[in-house]
Design a binder for this molecule. Sequence first.
Ligand code: HDE
Length: 706
Amino acid sequence: MATTANSRTANGKFADMSKETVEVNGQQHMTTDSGMKISDPDHWLRVANKSNTGPTLLEDQIAREKIMRFDHERIPERVVHARGTGAFGTFKLFESAEDVTTAGVLTDTSRTTPLFLRFSTVQGSKGSADTVRDVRGFAVKMYTDEGNWDIVGNNIPVFFIQDAIKFPDVIHSVKPEPHNEVPQGQSAHNNFWDFQYLHSETTHMNQWIMSDRAIPRSFRMMQGFGVNTYSLINAQGKRHFVKFHFTPELGVHSLVWDEALKICGQDPDFHRKDLMDAIEAGHYPRWKFGLQLIPEEKKDNFDFDPLDATKVWPEELVPIRYIGELELNRNVDEFFPQTEQVAFCTSHIVPGIDFSDDPLLQGRNFSYFDTQISRLGPNWEELPINRPVCPYLSLVNRDGAMKHRITKGTVNYWPNRFDANPPAAPAQGGFASYPEPQHGFKARALSDKFKEHYQQAQTFYNSLSQIEKMHVAKAFSFELDHCVDPVVYKRMSERLAAINLDLARTVAQNVGGDPPTKALKENQGQKARGLSQLEYQPETPTIATRRIAILIADGFDYPSYTTIKETLQAHGAFVFTIGAQRQGVKAESGQSVVPDHHFSGMRSSLFDAVFVPGGQHVAAALAKNGVAKFWITESFAHLKAIAGINEAVPFIERQIGLAEVKVASSGTAATDSYGVVTGHGDPAATLKVANVGPEAKGLAERFIWN
Ligand code: HDE
C-alpha cells in the first residue's frame, strides 16, 4: 500500500497533547512526584546497625510515595470491551454531504480532522487473548472543529438486543459464569446460549458471530459499522436517518478457527502487534467512510423498522454513499494515558448530527457517559486524550475529583450580570435538537416490526458462500459442544431450523441435539449484497504487511533464499527467517544467516505464507525437524500459500501428502496447485507464478480464504 503524505504533522491533536508529554531521555535526573531529585532509588531507609540489618523506617517519604503510587496503579477496566488497542489518524472528506447535513466534518472537504480509533473485543477482560471468537469494537473519536464526535461502532452491523434495558443481561450471559468465573473471553458456554435461545431477537446477530467476521485476521481487515441509527440535519432543517460505514482498503479477511484458537496461546497480542507493526512500517490502514441515508418521510416504507439495531438496511434498498476516508498513521506513545483512558460517548455529536428514537441508542447515550465516571472520575473529559481541540469552556460544569483546568473569572452560573460566555444561537454554531413532533402515552413497548426476528438471519445465511456456511455450522458445533446442559444445546440447535434445516440438522447431529425434521420458518432463499465477506476484496491485492516465513537449514541455497526474501521485502511483506537455532545457519555456498526465530519459538499459525528455498541438504535437514515438517502440513490445512524451490519441492510434497498437489516434481516449470507454488531452477520464475507484486493475483488471492 502506498504511503501518501498525510497530516501527521498537521494533526492538531498531537500539538494539543504535547503540552502534557515528557520523555524518558536519559538526561534528566529522576525526581519524586513533587520534583525533588532522588539520590538512591534502590534502598529503603533503615537503621544501619553493624551488619545493616536494622529495622526499616516508615519515615522514608521516597519509598512510601513509590509504594503508594504502585498500590493505586489500577483503575476499573471497561465493563465491556476491556481488551483493546488504539491508534491516531485522520479523516478526510472527498465529497461534501451538505445536501443532508450542516456538520463541518461532513461538508468541508478542505479539512483534515484528527482522530483516535480504539479496536476491542467485547467479552474478555483486559488481559484476555486477541483472537477469540467475538464482535470487535470499532470506536472512533473525531476531534472536529465543532467538538468531539464519537462513532462507537463494531465490526458487525447488527446487535444482539433491541432494547438497552437488556444489555446487562446479554453481557452477564456471555461473561464468565458467576459461580466460578469460567470461561474467559468465550461465548462457548451454557449461559450465553441459554440467553440467545430465550431471546429470538438475537438470531440475526448470532449468525454473524458464528461466521468468520468474529475471527478477523487483522483489525486492519475488518469493516466498521455505527450500528445504531442517527440523524443528519441539513441547512433547511430536513432530517435523514443515517447509518455509518467504514470499509477497509485491504478487504475483509479472517483467520480460520483452528488458527484463531492456536494464536490465542501462541501470541495473545497478535492483533495489537499487527496494527502497531503496520503503522510503524508506514503501511497506514485506510477505510472508506460511507453513509446509508433514509429520508425521514420514508422511514415506514420498509418491512423492518430502520430504528431496530438487530436489522441491516439492505444495500439494494439503501445504497452506501462513500464520502470520505479514514487513515490510521501514528501509534500511541503510552498505552495507559491514551488507549486506556480514552473514553467514548455515543452522545458526543456535533451540530448537523442528531440522535434517533432507536431504543438501543437512547440507552447507550446514558450508559457511556455514566460508565466513564466510575472508570475515570467526573473530570474524564479533561484528560489529554479526551479533550477537544476546538476552543471549549463550560461556565457551570466545575470542580469534582482531579479537576485539572483553571477557569478564571468571578461567575460560574448563567445568566450572569456580565453576560459572560453566552450560549451560541444555531446560526452561530450552537446545537439545536431536531424538533421532532411527539405524541403518545408511556408504555414499555416496541413497534410491531421489531417482532420479526428471522428474515434477515436467513438472508445473511443464504448470502454466504459454501465455505462460509460450512464455517458457520462448525462454529455452532464448537460452541454448543462446550455447553454441557442438554436443555441448552438441544433447543438452540433446534432453533437453527428457523434459518436453514440442513444447518440445524448438521449442528444437532454434531452436538447431541435432536436433528429437526421440519423448518421452523420456511426459507425462501432470499439473498442480499454486502453480507458475504468475500465481496470485500482489495481493489489492488497486496502482499504488504503479510507475514511470510522462510524455513532454512544447513545446506540451503543462498541465491534462492535472498531472491525470495528481497523480492518479498521490496513489496512490503514482513519476512522472517526460521531455523533450528538463532545461530548462524550455513548455506551451501558458505554464507551464514542468523534466523530471526528458531523452530520452537514460532508456529506456522503466526504467518500468512511459507517459503522453503532449495539446497543440497535442506530437505533432509528439515525432514529431521518435527516442527518444520508440521509447519508445512499445518500451513496447508490453514489454506495458506506455500512455496518451494528445487530440492525443497519433494519435502513440501511429502508433508502435504496429497497426490493432487504433486505439481512440479519433474521438468523446470513452476506451477501453482491448491496454493502450493513449486518451481525448479530460477526462483524468479517461481515468484512470477506466485505473482508477488502490486498486481499480485496468485499469492495474494490465497488470502481470501483466511
Ligand atoms: Fe457498548 N458499551 N453498549 N455497544 N461499546 C461500552 O462504555 C452499552 C453497544 C461499544 O473502545 C461501555 O466506555 C449499552 C452496541 C464499543 O472504549 C458501556 C449497550 C455497540 C465499546 C457500554 C451497548 C457497542 C463499548 C463500557 C446497549 C456497537 C468500547 C466502556 C444499549 C455499535 C469503547 C465504555 C472503547 C463500550 C454500554 C451496545 C460498541 C458500558 C448499554 C450496539 C466499541 O457504556
